[in-house]
Design a protein around this ligand. Structure first.
Ligand SMILES: Cc1cc2nc3c(=O)[nH]c(=O)nc-3n(C[C@H](O)[C@H](O)[C@H](O)COP(=O)(O)O)c2cc1C
Length: 155
C-alpha cells in the first residue's frame, strides 16, 4: 500500500490500457473507498455503475465523443448524482450537493485505484443520455463522471 502523498504524486491520467481484466476484489475496494467520502447530510446522493462488458464499453466510448480508450479500459465506473434524493432534505441547494457528492466519490475512487497500483482517467466529456443508455442508468440520475480503470503503460 502506498503512502497517501505518493498516491497524490503518482495519480495521472492514463489513456492507454492493457487488455488484462481487473480482479473484482480490487474493484470492490475502489467502490468502498468511493463510498467512504463525505456527503451532504450523510445521504450519499449518488449512484455508481460498473461497466465491464465489451459491448457496453464500446457504447460508453461512443457516448463520450468516441474516446476510444474508454472501450479499451477493462472497467469503468460511472458516478451519477441523485438530485431528487438530496433535494428532498435540502431543497434546491440539495441538487448542487448531489453533484458534489458524486464528484467526491469519483475523486476518492481515482485515488484508490492509484493506491492499488492501477491506472485511471477521469472522463467528463460525454452526452448524459447516451451514458445512461450505455450503463443502464436510472432516468432520474445525472451522470457526472466516468472513471476508466485498468493497467496502463505507466501505472
Ligand atoms: C471534470 C473533468 C473532466 C475531464 N474530462 C476528460 C475527458 O473527457 N477526456 C479525457 O481524456 N480526460 C478528461 N479529463 C482529464 C484531464 O484532462 C486531466 O486530469 C488533466 O489533463 C490533468 O492531467 P492528469 O490527470 O494526468 O493530472 C477530465 C478531468 C476532469 C477533472
Amino acid at each position: 500500500m502506498k503512502d497517501f502523498f505518493s498516491v497524490l504524486e503518482q495519480r495521472h491520467t492514463t489513456r492507454n490500457y492493457r487488455p488484462d481484466s481487473i480482479d473484482p476484489e480490487l474493484v470492490e475496494r475502489i467502490l468502498r473507498a468511493a463510498q467512504s467520502g463525505p456527503s451532504a447530510g450523510g445521504l450519499q446522493s449518488y449512484g455508481i455503475y460498473r461497466v465491464a462488458e465489451s459491448l457496453s464499453r464500446t457504447k460508453l466510448a461512443d457516448a463520450a465523443d468516441h474516446q476510444e480508450f474508454i472501450a479499451q479500459a477493462p472497467v469503468s465506473l460511472v458516478f451519477c448524482a441523485d438530485p431528487e434524493h438530496c433535494a428532498a432534505r435540502f431543497g434546491e441547494r440539495g441538487r448542487f450537493f448531489a453533484i458534489q457528492d458524486a464528484t467526491i466519490a469519483a475523486a476518492y475512487a481515482q485515488l484508490a485505484a492509484t493506491a492499488l497500483g492501477l491506472s485511471s482517467a477521469w472522463v467528463g466529456r460525454f452526452e448524459e443520455d447516451k451514458v445512461r443508455a450505455a450503463a443502464e442508468i436510472a432516468a432520474h440520475l445525472v451522470p457526472v463522471a466516468v472513471i476508466t480503470i485498468g493497467r496502463g503503460d505507466a501505472p
